[in-house]
Design a protein around this ligand. Structure first.
Ligand code: NAP
Length: 287
């Protein structure tokens, strides 16, 4: 059980974690700190947090666990501001979608307190953002990837693991590097494809006719194009190498597809569609 939890960035993910832990009775008090007081007051009205922290100093002094739930591009600055305010008792964790850059920022900012930083990433989300979109069951039966290093304090790691389990999630561990390489394909690449398809269509001369004729397939594939632009800009900027690799692989696959269509290579097309269908059917059975 966490006595005092402070969420920095009470939006979709931070708000959902607060709601889940409150529903599970795993936290005694939740406070929130962020950019705009209006958002934090809304979070109090919605019953997501108990209290607004007006300064980072209070957030650091009063909390047992601090969760950084701001966009990845904002993490370094907050970690730098937090560093001189932390005591050895405070555990800091994050929910950022990229781990290498956040771990590097935490190492640089926290110095001797770095072992009490536990990097994390819940593999759960939705295309809406903000505290009003937060829900208590967002993490139920979902995975949370923790990327501790050799220096990570084992007690801090165990407390963060228990926190996520109380929120209904299963935790797994990866290195930050493996996380960023794998998520570049499983999460970041699908977002890029949805975004590019939507952007291509809206800029197309026939975009009205195309959208009028768009059915479930188009909606399914482009659903996540409605996700928060700041979050995705930050992910692109902080997971650059792994994303460029994933995009290049996809580019090569598209080149092969173009060539097969151009040449009328039915054998290649049938083999590729069949392989993908088999893999996708398997995914349906697994879930
Ligand atoms: P969100 O709903 O937009 O919430 C972000 C919150 O952070 C907002 O309350 C915002 O405050 C606050 N904020 C932004 N910049 C800040 C700064 N510099 N200092 C203090 N507060 C700041 O975003 P989210 O979807 O919850 O994403 C939060 C984190 O979770 C990101 O790191 C993202 O990579 C990660 N994540 C997201 C998903 C997803 O599907 N959305 C899934 C897994 C992980 P204001 O309201 O005042 O602007």
């Amino acid at each position: 059980m966490i006595n005092k939890l402070c969420i920095i960035g009470v939006g979709l993910i931070g708000g959902s974690l607060a709601r889940a832990l409150r529903a599970a009775g795993h936290v005694h008090e939740v406070s929130g700190y962020g950019r705009s007081i209006a958002n934090l007051q809304r979070a109090v009205e919605l019953g997501v947090i108990d209290r607004v922290e007006v300064s980072l100093a209070d957030a650091a002094r009063l909390a047992d666990v601090i969760v950084l739930a701001v966009p990845v591009g904002g993490m370094a600055e907050i970690l730098q501001q937090l560093a001189p305010l932390l005591t050895d008792q405070v555990i800091v964790t994050d929910v950022g979608s990229v781990k290498g850059a956040v771990v590097a920022a935490a190492r640089a900012a926290l110095g001797a307190r770095f072992p009490h930083f536990v990097p994390g990433h819940p593999i759960a989300g939705r295309e809406q953002s903000g505290v009003a979109a937060s829900v208590p069951d967002l993490f139920r039966h979902r995975r949370v990837i923790l990327t501790p290093g050799t220096e990570t304090d084992s007690t801090a790691l165990a407390r963060v693991r228990t926190m996520w389990e109380a929120a209904g999630a299963e935790t797994i561990e990866l290195t930050a590097e493996d996380h960023d390489r794998i998520l570049a394909v499983s999460s970041h690449l699908p977002q890029m494809l949805a975004t590019c398809l939507m952007d291509l269509v809206v800029r197309h001369d026939d975009h009205r006719a195309i959208l009028d004729c768009a059915a479930g397939g188009f909606r399914d594939v482009t659903r996540i194009a409605g996700s928060d632009p700041v979050m995705w800009r930050d992910i692109c900027l902080t997971n650059r190498d792994a994303m460029v690799n994933a995009l290049r692989q996809y580019h090569a696959e598209l080149r092969d597809l173009i060539s097969a269509v151009e040449k009328g290579d039915g054998e290649w097309l049938l083999a590729t569609f069949s392989r993908a269908k088999h893999a996708r059917d398997g995914l349906n059975k697994k879930n």
